[in-house]
Design a protein around this ligand. Structure first.
Ligand code: BGC
Length: 756
C-alpha cells in the first residue's frame, strides 16, 4: 500500500480544524481516498489487553493498526501507552486516521463516585452531572476519548447484578439522569475534557428473565415504549454521540441484528445521528454456540444491515464484510454509511485536528485524583447513602464512644471503589476502618475485625474477586473470627457492621438467586444482636437486597454504595456532620419471591391494596404483602419533615394548558436536612390500562430546623401523555390524580380534570 505523503496528511489535519460545517466535505474527501479494507478497519474495535508488555508495534494490535485495520481500541490504560498507539495510527498507517480510545469509565476514573445505582439515590441532577464531568476530566487526561456510559437500562429485578450500573426502576428519573450524564461527559465536545458518551445497553437488557444475566427478554411493544425506552430516548435527544447494543434478544432477534430497533426506532423515530457499537463479542455470540442465528459472515452482515456501525472485538466485520459485499449480501453504501458515522465521531471530538488531544501527561498528573475531585466525590458520596431505619436515633454516633467495626467490608480497601472501576487505585483509598480512625483521632476508639467470611462457599468468595484484579476478601476460620468479633463487640458502646456485598457481587455476570445478606454475615449479625448493644448495619450493595430480618432486629440500617471516598463520606454521615439524604430509586422487597417488584405497576382486575389482609381469588400472596419492605423514593434523615396536602392552581386544565401543583414542606426536626419532594401522576381512566402512579417531577430541597418551603410543579401536557395501543404518543382528556409526598407510598392527592 502506498504511503500518503506527510504533506497530504498535514492537509487532512488542517481541514479537520475547520468548523463543523466542513465535517461532511472533510469526511467525503477522506473516504474517497480509503480502500475497502481501510473502511472496514474503521468499523473494527480491538481490545488492548495484549499490549501490556513489549513494543506495541510488534504485537498484533500494533500491526493491525499500522495496516489501517483498526478504528478503535478499548481496555488500554495509561496516557503514554495510548499516545504510542495513537502515534502508530496517525504516523504509520497510510491515511493517518486517528484512533478513538474507549474505556468503561462508569462512575469515575480514579476518583470514584458511588456506583451508578447509588449515585441515582442522590436524586441530585447537578451532582450527577458534576460527577460525570469529573470522570471526563480525569479520563480525558489519561488518553480516553470515549466512555461506555451512561448505562440507562431500567431494572425491576434485583437478582440481576447489573442493577448496580443503572439508575433503578423509574423511566422519568432514569431519563433525567441520562441527560445529566450526557451533559457532564460531552459538554459541546470542544474542550480537552469533553469525551464521547455511549448510551447502553440498547435495549431492554435489564429485563432479563429470572434476573439471570444475558438471559432472554420478551416484552410487548407497549411496555417498551411506555416504560423501558424512555431513558435511551432521553439520552439520544440529549445528544449522546454513540449507542451500545445489548446482549439480549428483542422480539427473538439479538439486539445487534435487530433492524427495527437499530434503525426504525433509534434512527428514524428518535433521529439518532451518532454511531452504534455492539457490546463485547456480541457477533461471536450470535453463532451456533450462542443464539444460533448464523455463522460469523451471516451475522456480521445482519448487524451491519440492522444499523450497527462498529464491531466490538469479534472481528466479524473486518473478516467477512468484504466477502458479503462481493456476493451482494450488503452494499458499498452500507459500509460507507457506517464508516462515515465513525469518522464523524472522531471529527466531532476534534481528533483529526489534534489526535493527541487526550494524551496530555502533564494534565493527567494535575487532575487525576486531585484534592478538588476527592472533596466533591466525598460530598456526593455522602448524599447517596440511604438511611432505612434509625430506631431510637442510634445515629448519628458520638465520636468519643468506643466503636466495634465488624464485617468483610470493614477494613477492605480492595473493594471500596465498587464494581466497574478499572482505573481504581485501591492503595490510595481509605478503608472504612482507616477513615474512622482518622476521623475520631484521639477522641474515640475504633476496634475492628472482619468477623466472618464474605460467603460460605470458598470458591464463590474467591470467584467474585478474581478476574477483576482485586484481592479476594480473606478466608477466615469461622469460629475464630466470630470469637474475635464478639470479643471486641463486648468492649464497645456501639457496634457498626460493614457487611453485604463486595465490589464484584454486583455488576456484570453477578446474578443472585438469594438477595439476603450472605449467610455467614447474617449469622454473625444474629450473634452480635444477642449482646443487646446498639447496632448499625452499613449494607454495602449494588442492588435492592432483602433486609426483612434486619428491619426487625437491627435498629439502624443504611445502604451504602462504594466509591473511592466512601470511608470519609461515611464518617461525615455516621458522626452527623451531614444528615443522610439519599432516597431509594428501586423498591426493596420482603423476599426474592416478590420480584420483579416496582412501584409504577399496572392495576389488576382484582387488586389488593398494600397492607390489606390476604383475600382468596384476589391478586395477592398468602404469605407476604404485595408492596415492598422499603418503597421507591424512601429514605430517612436525622430530621423530620411534614407535608401539606397538595393543592392545584385550578382543578381543571385544557389539553394544551398547564396548572401548578403546590405542596408545602416543613422541617419539623432539630437539624438541617435535605428532602426529595416527589410528584406522581395517575391517569385514572384511559384507552389502555395505565400505571397506578408514575413519577413526573421531584425537587431536592434543604431546610433548616423550623423552615418551610412551598414546592411548585408545573403540570404540563407532556407529563400526561403516553403511548396508546397504536403506539401514538397522546394525551387522553379525563381525570388525573396528582400526588405529592416524600416517597411513592406516602402521598396526598388532588384530582385534575383535563378537558379537550
Ligand atoms: C459490557 C459493557 C461494557 C463492555 C466493554 C461488556 O461486557 O456489557 O457494558 O461497556 O463490556 O468493556
Amino acid at each position: 500500500m502506498k504511503k500518503i505523503t506527510a504533506c497530504a496528511l498535514g492537509l487532512l489535519f488542517c481541514l479537520g480544524m475547520k468548523s463543523q460545517t466542513n465535517m461532511s466535505t472533510f469526511i467525503s474527501d477522506l473516504m474517497s481516498k480509503m480502500t475497502l479494507e481501510e473502511k472496514l478497519g474503521q468499523l473494527n474495535q480491538l481490545t488492548g489487553d495484549d499490549i501490556n508488555t513489549g513494543a506495541p508495534s510488534q504485537t498484533k494490535i500494533g500491526k493491525e493498526l499500522i495496516a489501517g485495520h483498526v478504528g478503535s481500541v478499548l481496555n488500554v490504560q495509561g496516557v503514554e501507552k495510548i499516545r504510542l498507539l495513537q502515534k502508530m495510527a496517525v504516523e504509520e498507517s497510510r491515511l493517518g486516521i486517528p484512533l478513538i480510545v474507549g474505556l468503561d469509565v462508569i462512575h469515575g476514573y480514579e476518583t470514584l463516585f458511588p456506583i451508578p445505582i447509588g449515585l441515582s439515590c442522590t436524586w441530585d441532577l447537578k451532582a450527577i452531572e458534576e460527577s460525570a464531568h469529573i470522570a471526563a476530566v480525569e479520563a480525558s487526561a489519561n488518553g480516553i476519548a470515549w466512555t461506555f456510559s451512561p448505562m440507562v437500562d431500567i431494572s425491576l429485578d434485583p437478582r440481576w447484578g447489573r442493577m448496580a450500573e443503572g439508575n433503578g426502576e423509574d423511566p422519568y428519573l432514569g431519563s433525567r439522569i441520562a441527560e445529566a450524564m450526557i451533559r457532564g461527559y460531552q459538554g459541546d465536545y470542544s474542550g480537552k475534557d469533553n469525551i464521547m458518551a455511549c448510551v447502553k445497553h440498547f435495549a431492554l437488557y435489564g429485563a432479563a428473565e429470572s434476573g439471570r444475566d444475558y438471559n432472554t427478554v420478551d416484552m410487548s411493544r407497549l411496555r417498551m415504549y411506555n416504560q423501558y425506552f424512555a431513558p435511551y430516548k432521553a439520552a439520544v435527544e440529549a445528544g449522546a454521540g454513540s449507542v451500545m447494543t445489548s446482549f439480549n434478544i428483542v422480539d427473538y432477534v439479538p439486539a445487534s441484528a435487530n433492524r427495527w430497533l437499530m434503525t426504525d426506532v433509534l434512527r428514524n423515530q428518535w433521529n439518532f445521528d451518532g454511531f452504534v457499537v455492539t457490546d463485547y463479542a456480541t457477533i461471536t455470540e450470535m453463532q451456533k454456540e450462542g443464539w444460533g442465528i448464523g455463522d460469523v459472515k451471516t451475522v456480521s452482515a445482519k448487524c451491519l444491515k440492522a444499523g450497527v456501525d462498529m464491531d466490538m472485538v469479534s472481528q466479524g466485520f473486518i473478516s467477512t464484510l468484504g466477502q458479503s459485499l462481493k456476493d451482494g449480501t450488503i452494499s458499498m453504501a452500507d459500509i460507507d454509511r457506517a464508516c462515515r458515522r465513525v469518522l464523524e465521531a472522531k471529527y466531532k471530538l476534534g481528533l483529526f485536528a489534534d489526535p493527541y488531544k487526550y494524551c496530555d501527561a502533564k494534565r493527567s498528573k494535575e487532575v487525576t485524583y486531585c484534592k478538588e475531585h476527592r472533596d466533591i466525590a466525598r460530598r456526593i458520596t455522602a448524599e447517596s447513602f440511604v438511611l432505612l431505619r434509625n430506631e431510637g436515633n442510634i445515629l448519628p454516633l458520638d465520636k468519643t464512644k468506643k466503636i466495634a467495626l465488624i464485617g468483610p467490608m470493614a477494613d477492605n480497601k480492595g473493594d471500596i471503589a465498587g464494581t466497574w472501576s478499572f482505573s481504581a487505585k485501591p492503595e490510595k483509598y481509605k478503608s472504612v476502618y482507616e477513615a474512622m480512625k482518622a476521623y475520631v483521632g484521639k477522641k474515640g476508639t475504633i476496634l475492628c475485625t472482619q468477623g466472618c467470611n464474605l460467603l460460605d462457599d470458598a470458591h464463590q468468595q474467591q470467584a467474585v474477586s478474581n478476574g477483576h484484579g482485586l484481592t479476594p476478601v480473606p478466608r477466615v476460620d469461622d469460629a475464630e473470627a466470630k470469637a474475635e468479633a464478639l470479643r471486641i463487640a463486648k468492649q464497645a458502646d456501639v457496634i457498626v457492621c460493614a457487611m453485604g456485598e463486595c465490589a464484584w457481587m454486583s455488576g456484570e455476570g453477578t446474578s443472585r438467586a438469594d438477595l439476603q445478606i450472605p449467610a455467614p454475615q447474617r449469622r454473625l449479625l444474629e450473634a452480635l444482636k444477642e449482646l443487646g448493644k446498639p447496632i448499625v448495619l452499613l449494607n454495602f450493595t449494588g442492588r435492592s437486597t432483602v433486609l426483612t430480618w434486619e428491619s426487625q432486629n437491627i435498629p439502624a440500617i443504611m445502604n451504602v454504595w462504594f466509591g473511592s471516598e466512601c470511608g470519609d463520606a461515611l464518617c461525615d454521615v455516621l458522626f452527623g456532620d451531614t444528615s443522610p439524604s439519599g432516597r431509594l430509586t428501586m423498591s426493596m422487597p420482603y423476599s426474592v419471591g416478590q420480584v420483579p417488584i416496582y412501584y409504577n405497576h399496572l392495576q389488576t382486575g382484582r387488586p389488593v391494596a398494600d397492607g390489606e389482609p390476604y383475600r382468596v381469588f384476589a391478586s395477592n400472596y398468602i404469605d407476604q404483602p404485595n408492596g415492598p419492605l422499603y418503597p421507591f423514593g424512601y429514605g430517612l434523615t436525622y430530621s423530620t419533615f411534614s407535608y401539606s396536602d397538595v393543592s392545584l392552581s385550578s382543578p381543571e386544565m385544557n389539553s394544551n394548558g398547564s396548572v401548578t401543583a403546590t405542596v408545602e414542606v416543613k422541617n419539623t426536626g432539630s437539624r438541617e436536612a435535605s428532602e426529595v419532594v416527589q410528584l406522581y401522576i395517575r391517569d385514572i381512566e384511559a384507552s389502555i390500562s395505565r400505571p397506578l402512579m408514575e413519577l413526573k417531577g421531584f425537587e431536592r430541597i434543604t431546610l433548616k430546623p423550623g423552615e418551610s418551603r412551598k414546592v411548585n410543579f408545573a403540570i404540563t401536557p407532556e407529563l400526561l401523555k403516553f403511548y396508546n395501543y397504536d403506539l401514538e404518543y397522546v394525551l387522553e382528556p379525563g381525570d388525573f390524580s396528582i400526588m405529592t409526598g416524600p416517597d411513592c407510598k406516602h402521598v396526598s392527592q388532588a384530582i385534575l380534570k383535563v378537558n379537550k
